[in-house]
Design a protein around this ligand. Structure first.
Ligand SMILES: Cc1ncc(COP(=O)(O)O)c(C=O)c1O
Length: 410
């Protein structure tokens, strides 16, 4: 049961803007797996969207110092000058892009950045092109804002990446945004400069279309992959691009809730209007912590990257050794998105036929006590997502259980 049916049971009718939107499948699976664990079942949860590392000590100390200095009050609406300066410097240092302070906004997580941006720009029926598989929040936020998500399937053979001809075909006079995410949640696929270039060329031919890029997993890339953000490739796009990033994943700061973006001044101003009536400002203490995250030592990022890479390799090779499953090697993030076409049509030991990826992930949860998320939750089937941001011991055990469960299918 999702929260929507629960509210209807209580005699409550939600607003039509959320009528078609249920609680995220990822959260539902997580809640179910946690409940099973509480009941004493040995469930391994591979659903987490956050690093298993701790926030660095220098960042925690900066937060404590901010509290001691009395920085516990409302701040400037869309970010303190100190944090905006640190973000401008980050964009220059790491992305080779210049954003002035009034072209930068800070919010309560990148999720609020997305929300502010869509709320500030989407009129009824405006279209947002979203390559799939996609992070579930994208389409839900667009719908809440009255827009129409235009979902373009990008399969494993295409490296889960949008191609120029697909983009060209999807653009209509109603297209407001194209939303690209590299490296991607859930596929881990990333766009190189060569992957981006043909898409940029299409966008240059359609000046009414704006580009939103979600670079949240920028620091989690492997095998020498060269991360690049579109505005650095094509400065002519800067006047209609919102470049989103945040401290959640790189600095293991998901609970601090700070996300940020660089974009044209008029858009940044419009987003501030939304934020002013939603949260007034991001947390003062978290902003001080984020200044230290961005300005402080960065060398630990390489060690964390190496640790994720080790786990990625372990998971990809174990999955590819299981008959019926296939797994593309992702360039980044901490997810694998594996094909499970080979188990569709098979029957579980309890006699249930696997018709869809969600039947397979239900089977893994119920019989193997491993929680993963079906591709259907991300708009592309038949696949399932594993988050490998967990201990190697748990991953090894979970993959053994998945292999055993697949072997038992008839
Ligand atoms: C692709 C992507 N973008 C943005 C976010 C949101 O991050 P934040 O914690 O800054 O809201 C997530 C979180 O899972 C994500 O996967």
């Amino acid at each position: 049961m999702d929260s929507h049916s629960k509210t209807e049971e209580a005699g409550f009718t939600p607003a039509s803007r959320i009528a078609a939107i249920g609680v995220s499948k990822i959260l539902q699976i997580g809640a179910r797996a946690s409940a099973m664990k509480k009941d004493g079942l040995p469930v391994i949860i591979l659903g987490a969207g956050e690093p298993d590392f701790d926030t660095p000590d220098n960042v925690k100390e900066a937060a404590k110092a901010a509290i001691d200095r009395g920085e516990t009050k409302y701040t400037a609406l869309d970010g303190t000058p100190d944090l905006k300066k640190a973000i401008a410097e980050k964009f220059r240092r790491e992305n080779n892009v210049d954003y002035a302070l009034d072209e930068i906004t800070v919010a309560t997580g990148a999720k609020q950045i997305l929300f502010n941006a869509f709320m500030a720009t989407i009129d009824p029926c405006d279209e947002v092109i979203i390559p799939t598989p996609y992070w579930t929040s994208y389409s839900d936020i667009v719908e809440i804002c009255g827009g129409v998500p235009v979902l373009i399937p990008c399969d494993a053979e295409a490296g889960f990446r949008l191609k120029a001809d697909q983009l060209e075909k999807a653009i209509t006079p109603k297209t407001r945004w194209v939303l690209l995410n590299s490296p991607s949640n859930p596929s881990g696929a990333a766009y190189s400069e060569a992957d981006y270039r043909p898409l940029i060329d299409v966008l240059l031919r359609h000046p009414h279309v704006w580009l939103m890029v979600d670079d949240m997993y920028e620091h989690i890339v492997y095998d020498g992959f060269q991360f690049v953000t579109p505005v650095a490739i094509e400065p002519r796009l800067k006047s209609r691009t919102l470049t989103i990033n945040g401290v959640s994943k790189a600095y293991a700061m998901t609970g601090w809730r700070i996300g940020y973006a660089g974009g044209p001044k008029a858009l940044i101003k419009a987003m501030a209007v939304i934020q002013s009536q939603a949260t007034s400002c991001p947390s003062s203490v978290s902003q001080a912590a984020s200044v230290e995250a961005l300005n402080g030592p960065q060398d630990f990022l390489k060690d964390r990257q190496a640790s994720f890479k080790h786990r990625r390799d372990l998971v990809v090779s174990a999955l590819n050794a299981i008959p019926g499953l296939t797994c593309r090697t992702p360039e980044g993030a901490f997810y694998t998105f594996s094909g499970c076409a080979g188990v569709i049509g098979k029957v579980t030991p309890r006699g249930k036929r696997i018709e869809a990826d969600s039947d397979f992930t239900d089977y893994l949860l119920e019989d193997a006590h491993v929680a993963v998320v079906p591709g259907s939750a991300f708009g592309l089937s038949p696949f399932f997502r594993i988050s490998y941001a967990t201990s190697e011991a748990e991953l090894t055990e979970a993959l053994k259980r998945i292999a055993d469960a697949c072997a038992k299918l008839a």
